[in-house]
Design a binder for this molecule. Sequence first.
Ligand code: PLP
Length: 365
Amino acid sequence: MTQTATERALNFSAGPATLPEPVLKQARKDIWDIEESGIGICEHSHRGPVFDNVINEAVADCREVGSIPDEFEILFMQGGATLQFAMLAMNFLKAGTVADYLDTGVWTSKAIKEAKKIGSVNVAFDGSVTNHDHCPSDDELHLSQDAAYLHYCSNNTIYGTRYEHVPTTNAPVICDMSSDIFSRAIDWSKHSMVYAGAQKNLGPSGTVLVVIKKSLLEQCDGSLPLMLDYKAQASKGSMLNTPPTFGIYLMGQVFKWILNAGGLSAIEQRNEAKAAVIYDALQGCNGFYSLIAREDCRSRMNISFRCQTPELDAIFLETAAAHRMSGLKGHRSVGGLRASVYNAFPFEGCEKFAEFLTDFADNNG
Ligand SMILES: Cc1ncc(COP(=O)(O)O)c(C=O)c1O
């Protein structure tokens, strides 16, 4: 059985993605027997003391990792980030109101499509005009008056762009942080709700972290089915039904790993260094590679690029696979190549990849 980062393949997958090795090793043990209870984590009742401890610690550690103020509720939910696209509109996009959406790529387009099934949407920024090569500045936004909320996505997994600022608006701000949650500090004073599918920076797919202002919960009027109602979910501590116990457990372990690594500021510094190594290599190859994102909004999590031809992209993927580097194919909507280097992706892996990029350009230029 392979046990160390050096023995395992380098996994550049956009999600599900690389998880921290200490977390995987702890999980391997706890799946068999957690807390010397003689029972594995997936086999414990969610109403028992062992799981009670798991979820309480996960909430407390999440709050500490993200410096999340008390005025926010922390929820663990199911259905992936995609269910949030519909659910947030069902809860907060009431008849007679309009919500502002910033369209910066495939995932925001999907969020818009879902919201339109519920109510009235104003697309306040349409990034397709420039092939989603950037995130907008405030003066590019066409906001509506008195919007119910503004929805944006902090990091666009497919195009490899990210915001350097939180969009300015008077409306409550809701953010899809699926692909960069806890990769950098979050300004809670500028957000009313943040959500993230777990499968990039937090844990297994299907589980979702939702951080929501308690005052926003007051808008949930009880008319929705319970599972779709944030207030109902909050009132039962994410345990309206049997929660995704393993997902919550694993997220909890990832929070502990972040705290042990020095918290978000240390993680952010490491992410900056990791991304810089790769961007420098890409740019140092005399135009052999081209980047998809505009320089001022480059993601530190997803680095989308291409060689000069699709044929070269295909050879790149084959050669990378021979070097045990996997998950580098770009999303089908953009083509090309993409290296996803989330929090748990090792720095040494980025260095190895940078070397590979340079060698490949030398050998194929
Ligand atoms: C930014 C973003 N939002 C939403 C999603 C959808 O997540 P899920 O598959 O958990 O529904 C993804 C998936 O990759 C994503 O990258």
